[in-house]
Ligand binder design. Sequence first.
Ligand code: ITT
Length: 212
Amino acid sequence: MKIILFSQNKHKVKEIESIFSPSKEHYVRVYTEFIEPFCVVENGESFKDNAILKLRFLSQKLPKSLSKDFILMSEDSGICVQSLDNQPGIYSSRYANIDDFSDKESILKAKDSSDEANINKLINSLKNKGLESSKATFISCVAVLKNEQILTTHGFLNGKVVTNKSGESGFGYDPIFIPNGYSESLAVLGDVVKDTISHRFKALKLMKILLK
Ligand code: ITT
């Protein structure tokens, strides 16, 4: 299988490459190998909407000859924290730049924020409610365009977010997320464990089955 992946997030790209093709039997190439990088305004209402938006932009921007030879892929993901009304959800990458979750217009204008700022905002939001932890779920939606047909799959990872950071590995909210069945954060558990239990792993595993 030959895949062109849309993502600006180098951590995500690394995870998708190693999960999707651990022994390099398939071949995953990042879109910037073919065209200039471009941004997608992620204004969908769900992970699936946003994954499909990214896929459509990729398909429009790539030369048509490539779309014939390659399967196109995108992914949208985030974390839903139960005690915070399932925020930040689809807005996980811009969480620290959102002041008011009821103001949709300003949410759509907010830019992505750093992982550190997002984590600190989440920790403060929990502490402001007098909490040291909350149940939380990571969600990933993988979208693929193959032979002019769009396919999507989802993966979920349940656990809890805590107010103390630990570990260096991974990205995003990994230092404060402890998966169910474990006592350490994803950032302590490391790539080998994360890539066999993660939301992204589960969505990609289903996608591999659909693509067979
Ligand atoms: P692309 O859209 O270019 O792929 P992105 O980082 O903007 O990259 P998303 O819009 O899907 O991707 O936002 C995902 C955000 O959700 C990410 O920046 C993290 O804050 C969080 N997130 C998703 N998966 C995660 C994971 O495995 N570990 C930690 N945080 C994660």
